[in-house]
Design a binder for this molecule. Sequence first.
Ligand code: ZN
Ligand code: ZN
Length: 360
Amino acid sequence: MATDYYELLGVPRDATAEDIKKAFRRVARETHPDANPDDPTAEARFKEVAEAYEVLKDPERRRRYDRGETFDIGDLFGAGGFGGFEDILRSVFGEGSVFGQGRQQGSARGRDVLARVNVTMEEACFGVEANVSFRTNVSCEICAGSGAKPGTDRITCPTCQGAGAVRVQRRGILGTMMTVATCDACSGTGEVVSDPCERCVGAGIVPSDREVSVEIPPGVDNGTRLRLSHEGEAAGRGGQPGDLFVEVRVEPDERFVRDGAELIHRTTIGIAEAALGTTLDIPLLDGKHHALEVPVGTQPGWATAIRGEGMSRLGRRGRGDLVVAIDVEVPSDLSREERELLKRFASLRGEKAGGKRRWL
Ligand SMILES: [Zn+2]
Ligand SMILES: [Zn+2]
């Protein structure tokens, strides 16, 4: 930068930090583009002034500058380059004074909508096409969202003459200055309705119940949120609709407990089954069954995994395992005959079974 920073701010080389700050406010007010709407070089001049201030307000940078170092504007205003620069303008002059503000593309975006959907555990595993119902604003069908009575047209906004922005006097730390603000009359679109639609009173949107078909992907869990772009609230008057977020709730399934991609199925067998071994009929999520061999001498708490019969993994291939956990139940409701058989079993085993206390 060939221009002398001190000269730009109009301060001597031994100016104090306070002097520099005061000088910047004065010069910035004079050179700000909003104060010089007819001067095409105003923006460039203002950026020079802002650059000078960024360097001189920082004691370390000022020392380096005094030693003859130069500064890159990108370094000064951060990785955002001029984006960062505009943040500084915003912080100094407030919202609505950023360069280039003017007519906006369409009106405001519609709001995002959150809807909920319930699925079974089976649907959560294999995916399903679900219908989601919710209430939101939709585009008015009478005026096709324009807000204008059919047969009439939108006209150039008389407040801003179609610019979408108006100059307003604002009092701030720098004194009174002209800044640019979005036109309230047309919400920045530059157009207004001369004859409003009777159905939506010019808004272009009306409340309505909606039903959307949503593809629920395999592997969703409680609280999974799916985003459907532009399926939220309509904006009207040419604006973009918001997004629809669908939050999934997976209904509990009495056969399975889910642990991530794993499903756990608990079942109970008798002492004879545990001792002698058995074959169990295990339900699977897809409605089929698996014949599980329970080995001879199975102990309480024994568990085994059926590979690939657990939950799908959201966004990934394959499924987790189905873990079958087995409890062994000791009978407490023996008949006379069963009791006699167990006593005989105990005597063969050398166990001292049976007592005076009655069976429960
Ligand atoms: Zn309408
Ligand atoms: Zn306007």
